[in-house]
Design a protein around this ligand. Structure first.
Ligand code: KG4
Ligand code: ZN
Length: 437
């Protein structure tokens, strides 16, 4: 059989796991791309995400013939409660929490997938190698050794892991965990970009429980992607999957960061997005408005860039003026300001997307990032798509904020970049999705 080029690339980098290559190429019959006659084996990917304050592992099966994805297991453990007291994510605490949570999250995911089993006899492990791989993850190390020596290797073809962008101490935990699993289980690792994961999460459409249709071949390219999260606000031209160009981005705060900072000014807990969204909805229902309008920064600028730090400052000055006038910042006042802040953010986002759609004459927009859990922004972007007669792809609500599924999908689309555990992988906090044009 002709060797699968993906596996060969990986094999060349990692002779020590030649045994698995054999398993891939001959036993399980990774298809000969020239034959076409064989039924393709579904590709099973474990996605690990630790870039910020969510410890997440997802296990998916991609059927390339039917272009479907089955979510076999999906677990997200949020650290929000721990970080809330600091009003934001504390990187060193996040690192510690990821070390504690990764194994339980993995076990839960594998159990959900029906692929978690204890071994009757202990698995032989190379302790020196594991000590070396996890030398900076001292809290994870003992749990890892215990877990790996007692657990049956699951049926996984690739381990996908976020290498950036994100908080580097947090990213390293996921990377080293993936390397340790890869070493013991002989499974190649696919390094993934977190923001690409957000793009891809909108490219699956639910058919029935756990089954999704892959839409990557159903849309016309170039498409435009809007990525709005706690760390990013970008408009990205998707020339094809894997080829991205940034055409607009924030010059200061990200939109999620803006929600979080405004919430803090209003005395609301972290993360600010969900609570502002809830209060704004209530204000609309009750007809409550803000005592003053807020600015729509850069809404008229002739580009696709954003600036949100001024909006946050405007909310701060507004609250200071209210205080000087002895106007209490009560629930009604906070709801009215939350509504106006959400409207200001929505207006800017929609205006910039409209500009981008017109400039690049795309037929599809793909939205991703935690902020798209916001109903108001969703509805206005849907309205824009209808007005412009274009298709809009949105992630499922519960796939909007960080999760392992997005990384498993990124792993699938990047599987040709898979490497062995002994190949140097690096956490890159500022890893771009593509060049700025
Ligand atoms: O993508 P994400 O989970 O993490 C990053 O990659 O940054 O995004 C988190 C951000 C936070 O800033 C949070 O406040 C915001 O998403 N967010 C929301 C909503 N839910 C989460 N923002 C507005 N409305 C929401 N409903
Ligand atoms: Zn994210």
């Amino acid at each position: 059989m002709k060797k699968n080029s993906d596996s060969v690339k990986w094999f060349c980098n990692n002779a020590r796991i030649a045994q698995l290559v054999e398993h891939f190429l001959d036993v399980d019959g990774v298809p000969d791309s020239s034959s076409g006659a064989r039924t393709m084996k579904p590709v099973k990917i474990l996605g690990i995400e630790t870039s910020c304050d969510e410890t997440a592992v997802s296990f998916i099966e991609v059927n390339e013939e039917s272009e479907t994805v089955k979510i076999l297991g999906n677990t997200v453990h949020s650290q929000i409660d721990i970080h809330a007291q600091y009003g934001g994510v504390f990187p060193i605490l996040a690192k510690r929490e990821h070390q504690i949570n990764l194994i339980p999250v993995l076990v839960k995911t594998l159990t959900e997938a029906g692929d978690f089993a204890r071994t009757e006899t202990k698995v032989k492990i190379n302790e020196t190698e594991i000590d070396q791989i996890l030398k900076n993850e001292s809290e994870l190390l003992p749990h890892f050794k215990k877990f790996i020596s007692n657990t049956k290797k699951p049926d996984v073809d690739y381990i996908a892991v976020t290498v950036g962008p994100g908080l580097e101490p947090a990213l390293w935990v996921g990377i080293n965990f993936a390397r340790a699993l890869s070493h013991v289980w002989n499974i190649p690792i696919v390094p993934c970009n977190h923001m690409e994961g957000h793009v891809l999460t909108a490219l699956i459409e639910k058919e029935k429980a756990g089954d999704y249709k892959l839409l990557d071949k159903k849309i016309s390219y170039p498409a435009l992607s809007l990525l709005i999260s706690g760390g990013h606000t970008q408009i990205v031209l998707v020339e094809k999957i894997g080829n991205y160009k940034i055409v607009g981005e924030t010059r200061d705060d990200a939109v999620g960061e803006c929600f979080d900072k405004i919430a803090r000014t209003l005395g609301l807990p972290y993360p600010g997005g969900p609570i502002i969204s809830k209060l704004a909805r209530e204000a609309r229902e009750k007809g409550i408005t803000s005592p003053e309008p807020l600015p729509r920064p850069m809404i008229k600028s002739n580009d696709m860039d954003f600036s949100f730090s001024g909006l946050k400052t405007s909310v701060l000055y507004l609250t200071q003026r209210l205080k000087e006038k002895n106007v209490p910042l009560d629930n009604t006042m906070v709801s009215g300001i939350a509504r106006e802040a959400e409207d200001a953010i929505t207006d800017v986002i929609v205006a910039k997307m409209k500009k981008a759609v017109e400039k690049f004459a795309v037929e599809t927009i793909v939205i991703g990032g935690g902020v798209i859990a916001n109903t108001n922004i969703r509805e206005h972007l849907e309205k824009l798509a209808t007005e412009c007669s274009i298709k809009i792809l949105l992630p499922q609500f519960d796939h909007s904020t960080d999760n392992g599924l997005m990384i498993a999908l990124a792993g699938y689309f990047n599987k040709s970049k898979a490497v062995g555990f002994d190949i140097h992988l690096k956490a890159v906090g500022t890893l771009p999705i593509g060049p700025r044009i």
